[in-house]
Design a protein around this ligand. Structure first.
Ligand code: ARG
Length: 444
């Protein structure tokens, strides 16, 4: 059994907030002085002490362990400057302090994660540009459906990560609200100036209700939700890389450092890195579920359960960061095999929709045209033929409207060329996406 004091302590994980705790306290102390609550000489001593603690923290030297980082910083301050350090905690509680620290921390991490998302988008856009001509099968139900440009497929992910960036940016706006000055739960009788503290710390606004501010962790739940969605995207991309790099597909080759061998099967190049990213998505969803479960059923206002908010948040920051970095590196070193992609796009009767569209353009109701081509496909399958093997007479048996010119339409490259609708896979529309994404992720 851990001792009671060890059991309730959070220093082991919230020491990560040391820098933010001291920075938040400097702003608080400046506000106390401005409002005439502490003297200018006390303010100077406290700030000097806090600045020396910050310098140490930046070098990795943290204040010695206490129950939590807030007590640790305060105790260390008093050790360095004497009892005057105790004035720092005037008109404040650890309840509004911890909410402040977590918000300050998340603001920075959100910006860092958005930069990593951006770097990943840049890799996707570069890979799309580099491999612009490659044609591959597009899938539904993981069955070949219609040929697409490989670049179009990659850019789908670039758009997902664009939405992730936007989601994090929205989340930032709700993180960027000052809770400090709510004190324990009811506010304070000291004549404080919360707007002044907010300005010093760069918050866009101050929270409106002291009870809400000390018990609110919506911003953290929202952060975890944004992170979960981003992890889901990374997981799907990883799954594609796993499938594409399999011997059966052979569309891509992952660089050696992203694969590992088997201890028994010498021929293996397993996509472990992509699999771990796929697996880590489950871990991040778990973190989100953990926080929501912690919050569910908590009466207002602060309850010590809230201390359990930090491990899932920290773990998510670390996990998402490393997955974003690794994915970007994996894409940068990816080699593609356009020949394998094209030959896969030639099999599977992916021109079937084109043939039906051809009949529909000649006035046959699409539903009927669909049936004609379905019969044609069955015939090809049973006679071991692909569309290109058919002659005019065979085609006409299925519909008199067919002529052999139609066979040109079913080449994968020709099919791709026809998909000129906005957002489609034809080259001009993919190039337009590249231009747009470059504006979104290369010029900031
Ligand atoms: N370590 C605590 C936490 O993370 C700080 C707040 C403690 N407040 C209290 N009333 N016990 O939530």
């Amino acid at each position: 059994m851990p001792k009671f004091q060890d059991f309730i302590a959070s220093y082991a994980f919230d020491k990560r907030l040391a820098w933010y705790d001291a920075v938040g306290s400097i702003a608080h102390v400046r506000m106390l002085k401005k409002c005439g609550i502490i003297s200018s000489s006390d303010e100077k001593k406290i700030i000097k002490g806090l600045e020396s603690i910050i310098k140490d923290a930046e070098k990795g030297k943290l204040p010695p362990a206490q129950e939590d980082i807030h007590y640790a910083v305060e105790k260390e301050l008093i050790r360095r400057i004497g009892p005057v350090g105790g004035k720092m905690h005037t008109a404040r509680s650890r309840n509004d302090q911890v909410a402040l620290d977590l918000r300050l921390y998340l603001r920075d991490e959100i910006i860092r994660l958005a930069d990593l998302l951006n770097a990943l988008q840049q890799e996707l856009v570069s890979a799309a540009e580099k491999n612009i001509g490659a044609v591959m099968p597009g899938y539904t139900h993981l069955q070949p459906a219609q040929p697409v440009l490989f670049s179009h497929h990659l850019l789908a992910y670039a758009w997902m990560f664009q939405r992730d960036k936007e989601r994090f940016s929205d989340c930032y706006d709700r993180v960027n609200v000052l809770p400090l000055g709510s004190a324990a739960l009811a506010g304070t009788s000291f004549k404080i100036d919360r707007n002044f503290t907010a300005k010093l710390l760069g918050f866009a606004s101050v929270s409106e209700n002291s009870m809400d501010s000390v018990s609110d962790r919506d911003f953290a739940a929202e952060f975890l939700s944004c992170a979960s969605i981003a992890m889901m995207h990374l997981s799907r991309l990883s799954e594609e890389l796993i499938v594409w790099s399999s011997a059966e597909f052979g569309f891509v080759r992952l660089a050696d450092e992203f694969t590992s061998g088997s201890s028994i099967m010498p021929q293996k190049r397993n996509p472990d890195v992509a699999e771990i990213i796929r697996g880590k998505s489950g871990r991040v969803y778990g973190n989100q579920t953990a926080l929501l479960s912690i919050l569910k059923g908590l009466p207002l206002t602060y309850n010590r359960d809230l201390q359990e908010d930090k491990p899932p948040v920290f773990d998510t920051v670390d996990t998402l960061s490393s997955c974003l970095e690794v994915t970007a590196a994996m894409l940068a070193s990816l080699k593609i095999n356009p020949g394998r992609m094209l030959s896969a796009a030639q099999n599977g009767y992916m021109g079937a929709t084109e043939l039906a569209d051809y009949l529909a353009r000649k006035g046959i109701p699409f539903r009927e045209a669909h049936g004609v081509v379905k019969n044609l496909v069955s015939y090809c399958v049973s006679s071991g033929k692909v569309f290109e093997d058919l002659n005019a007479a065979e085609l006409k048996r299925f519909s008199p409207v067919f002529s052999s010119e139609v066979l040109k339409l079913v080449l994968p490259e020709s099919i791709v060329r026809t998909k000129t609708s906005y957002g489609g896979t034809a080259l001009p529309s993919v190039k337009l996406q590249i231009r747009k994404l470059k504006k979104l992720c290369f010029q900031k």
